[in-house]
Write a protein that binds this ligand. Sequence first.
Ligand code: GLC
Length: 813
Amino acid sequence: MKTTCFTCLESVTAVRRIERGLELELDPQLREFLRVEVIRNDIIRLKISRNRNFDEAPTYAVCAELKLEKPEFSTEEDDRLVRVRTARMTATIYKHPFRIEAHRADGSVILESYQDEEKRWWSYATLNDEFVVRRKCRPEDAFFGLGEKTGRFNRKGRNFTLWNTDVLDPSIAGGCQVHPTGDPATDPTSTEFDPYYISIPFFYHMPNMCDAMSGFFFDNGYRSRVEFEQSLEYLIHFEGGQYTEYIFAGPSMREILSSYTWLTGRMPPPPLWSLGYHQCRWFAYTQSAFERLAQNIRENNIPCDALWLDIDYMDGYRVFTWDKNRFPDPPAMLKRLCDQGFSVITIIDPGVKYEHGYAVFDEAVKRDVLCRTEGGTLYLGQVWPGKTAFPDFVSAEARKWWGELNADHVRSGLSGIWNDMNEPATGDIAYGAMRFDKGRFSHERYHNQYALLMAMGTVEGLLDAMPDKRTFVLSRAGSPGIQRYAANWLGDNVSRWDHLWMGIPMSLGLGISGQPFVGADIGGFMGNSSPELLARWFQCGSLAPFCRNHNNANQADQYPWAYGHTVQKLCRTSLELRYRLLPYIYSSFIKASETGSLVQKPLIFDYQSDQTTREIDDEYLFGDHLLVAPIYTQGCTSRQVYLPEGTWYHWHTDEKFSGRKFVVAPSPMDYIPLYARGGAVIPTWSRPPQSTMGYHAESITLHFFIPDADGEYPSMLHEDDGQTFAFRNGAFYRTEFRLRREGASITLQSSVSGNGYPEFARKRFLLIFHGPEFDRISINGHKAQFVDDVITLVNSGSDFYLEAELNSTKPAS
Ligand code: GLC
């Protein structure tokens, strides 16, 4: 973008110490302040005042109690510069001319301001309410993050707009249509279309030939542009709001993500049922048709936990109503579905039909909780119900009202809420006139945060009404912090092979931007799927954090049975694998909720020093120990898979591979390549249930994958009631496994914490070993017996210790 008219801040005129660092006065003319503040020893925050004022809460992203942190730091000053130094990083501000640098304690670069041909430094420049920051990079550097973006996982070489956009609405009154210049594509179905539904101004920079990364989070919700197109600089531009940036020292992606999610919050533990299979379709079901769907699912033995109702369940698209002709008795229907193990989720859009006499609208008017225009009238858009008003979620009162409505709505027996059109999408009517907080704030300030605020109201309302119940909300749009309240799906994708691939880097990008609970619509939303595409998509989607099949109205069916017996069998087998893996998947989610880690991980997350992993975005790690390589081209029956360092076992054939190389993996229609990491202990259910509801397994199978290399390998199984917050008071069992290999000797220490929970039913572990055979094996000092390659270990939540000696004369493969 052109920055010619921007004014660069040029010098530091005064410096004073403040509680967390330094405050500098900048520029004799503009006289703005820069605060350099230490948040923790790996996070420094920079902010620059506007008209000498600071906005102390620019967005709803940050939720960490910063005041509780008392990091140690020191400051230095001489004629040339000032410094703020922690044990892990240093921010250096040069005074004349003004420029910023940051380094890690070992001297490696975190950031350097860019100097243009006219020798101007672009640490910060303004024009009207806009600002721009330009920084140095090299042609071969890599950039990751920015949340939900199409295209390659490594963002280098492309420019991005951050502005929540309903991508498939042909009449969108903004986003891509108003600012087409420089966008990678203007076709909303392209795999490089930008902008998208979710905007997260947080990214990672990884210099070439270096395995250290740094992270940058701009706490600003305005429309912005991030340019990675140039070889020697990258640029961040915001159309409004204050410059507030959190700089993360890294050097690992894991540490940066952990710090970023400490700052902006982590996904809460999800209810177990939400990790099952979700069957969705935009279709005008009647109550009996919906129940027939449930019956079909059970008759076809498709494991499934959740059924979804799209907009047609409502009375004329009026939110929080039911169409009484189609659904004469929702509570009775929901009760019957619950008896068959189904949770039901309905869609709730933000648009409230403008109609006097409709209770939700009347109440909203009475409470004055709808968005207004500058002139003070109600803002009206046009969405499904026609003329539509929009809740003013910026006001706490509106969020509370919305929360109460949601709580009342789910009392009929619903289990979750689906938030759509929350970019906000306003159809044919331009959204710009929609203002917030009773008309006080511009649209631009809150547009990107609208979905976050909506989810906040929803979840707070549900928790107020049902404090014991974990919530499940799915949102289309989002901004930093959305992970605290909702999962995200990838919106309206297309039933095309390239969109099957696109979901991989997109989910990975969202994951490393703080949102681990993601998934694309299996089978594709728009257009018709094909038998092969649907089967391949099920194979991939069953190994994604959020697993939902969804399809547009007026399109060919894509239920698992839609393409006949063979495809149905493939879909069922994929889902059965997911259901068998649920103890592992659930443990991965719990870990992610505690540490801010991921469920679906790019290879680089675990293998940062391996340069090959930078460009790999057609495979991923699922949990800590599985590597998934989806098939995303038609007719493909083998593919190249990169296996990083270590030992890898093919899940379906047990064949063993040594990593740090590419292998060619056969991919018959029965499965996609899936590998388990050597050293892992992967807990599975011994048989896949049809639903997780009320399912408390008596036995858990533990798959041990023997590593080639000596060392210690951790794994974990977390078990709790899967529904409430009782785990916070110790109602869980957590089994930590430490597998050690030293030559031919294998030991495993399993240590249990937690006090258990009433539904706990496990009586035994079934142990299965993958890899070399054993000469002898004992558990808790007693010789153990294999029966049909399985050792049965009676265990209801106690520690155990295993010792084994590998048979050195008989390698497994
Ligand atoms: C939007 C959603 C889609 C939904 C449709 C009807 O296009 O993205 O998932 O089915 O609206 O509600």
